[in-house]
Design a protein around this ligand. Structure first.
Ligand SMILES: [Zn+2]
Length: 122
């Protein structure tokens, strides 16, 4: 009777460990796949290939530069303050129409003597 109980116990434990290891492996594989998928999402070049309808960035470096997360089709400069902004910056609304200047690229704005706004960091 005791030997039979021991055999049953051993069989149960073996089965339990088999299931536990299977679950652990599945969890591990899922976790790795999830991490890989997440890193793909964070890759800016992958985003661009996924969206062929998005306007091509005027600045070829903009897509790869992690310091320019905003992709805008134009910049708004103030000839009064000599600063340029992204169109959604709160300061754009405060620029008088007479001193507003639209730039297609950051380089154009910089070439015109403008400096980047510290709030919107264009
Ligand atoms: Zn700004």
């Amino acid at each position: 009777m005791n030997k039979k109980s021991l055999r049953i116990l051993t069989a149960v434990l073996t089965a339990f460990w088999g299931v536990a290891i299977t679950f652990f492996t599945v969890f591990l594989v899922f976790h790795i796949n999830h991490a890989v998928a997440e890193s793909k999402d964070k890759n800016p070049s992958a985003v661009i290939t996924q969206d062929p309808n998005s306007q091509k960035p005027k600045d070829p470096n903009a897509a790869n530069d992690p310091n320019s997360p905003k992709k805008v089709d134009h910049y708004v400069g103030s000839t009064e303050k000599m600063k340029f902004h992204t169109p959604d910056c709160k300061w754009v609304a405060k620029i008088p129409e007479a001193s507003k200047k639209i730039f297609k690229t950051k380089e154009e704005a910089i070439a015109a003597g403008m400096t980047a706004c510290k709030t919107c960091n264009p």
